[in-house]
Ligand binder design. Structure first.
Ligand code: DGP
Ligand code: NA
Ligand code: NA
Length: 228
């Protein structure tokens, strides 16, 4: 089983990718499939950033361009938002529930790095993420930025701060630097087993590819790893 392992913990599964890659739809489809296979409530989706907390509301306001903040400040707020989620993620996993993350640390590093701010080198960007739970599997939903709208179920693309094509091209390059090419440890960050999914395919094919990738993954340790 992919959710309740022989080690009796759930999996931490991350879906990453550019805006409009179809992450939210695919997170829900994967979660539904896992709940069907392993029982209702055996899996849940956690959206990151979680915009419901006070820090999340500051992030939401920044993304809507209702407030401005120094690049360093917003970077640290996104990270703080993930730290707010840490304990509930760990509680879920050690109670046997699989957690699917809709974005996480790679977004945190890639979106800041893509800004090209001189005093925010990659080590600076990664530093506040160290110690957070490390995903067992990271699925990178890869799209060509110019094809993004084909997959989009969102009518409102372009409303938020980062939803600009030239910026998305740079974010994609940063994701690849961070996550690598799928070979172990080829990326700058250890995000567990990294699998690139061609997310330009139709929704059902992408869902099937994700399902197959998750099925072939076993938990290697009873303890969840941390990001180093
Ligand atoms: P989403 O709610 O998934 O649409 O994400 C909102 C936007 O914020 C999206 O353009 C990606 C970006 N984003 C997500 N996480 C982070 C982060 O940790 N840092 C930065 N700078 N941007 C992020
Ligand atoms: Na977005
Ligand atoms: Na995030």
């Amino acid at each position: 089983s992919t959710t309740s392992t022989s080690k009796n913990r759930g999996l931490l599964i991350l879906l990453e990718g550019l805006d409009r890659a179809g992450k939210t739809t695919q997170c829900q489809m994967l979660c539904n499939s896992l709940n069907e296979a392993n029982g209702p409530g055996s899996c849940r989706v956690q959206k990151v950033p979680d915009r419901t907390t006070q820090i999340g509301q500051m992030i939401n306001s920044y993304l809507a361009s209702k407030t401005t903040l120094p690049d360093q400040s917003i970077h640290l707020l996104f990270s703080a938002n993930r730290w707010e989620l840490r304990q509930t993620i760990l509680d879920s996993i050690y109670s046997g529930q699989t957690v699917i993350l809709d974005r996480y640390v790679p977004s945190g590093v890639a979106y800041s790095l893509a800004k090209g701010v001189a005093d925010m080198p990659i080590d600076w960007c990664i530093a506040p993420e160290r110690g957070l739970p490390r995903p067992d599997i990271t699925l990178f939903l890869d799209i060509e930025p110019e094809h993004a709208n084909i997959q989009s179920t969102r009518e409102d693309f372009g409303q938020e701060r980062y939803e600009v094509s030239e910026f998305q091209v740079r974010v994609r390059a940063c994701f690849k630097e961070i996550l690598g090419d799928g070979e172990k440890n080829s990326g700058v960050l250890d995000m567990g087993k990294v699998i690139t999914i061609d997310a330009c395919k139709d929704i059902k094919t992408v869902a099937a590819d994700i399902w197959q990738a998750v099925q072939s993954q076993d938990v290697e340790s009873s303890e969840i790893a941390t990001i180093t």
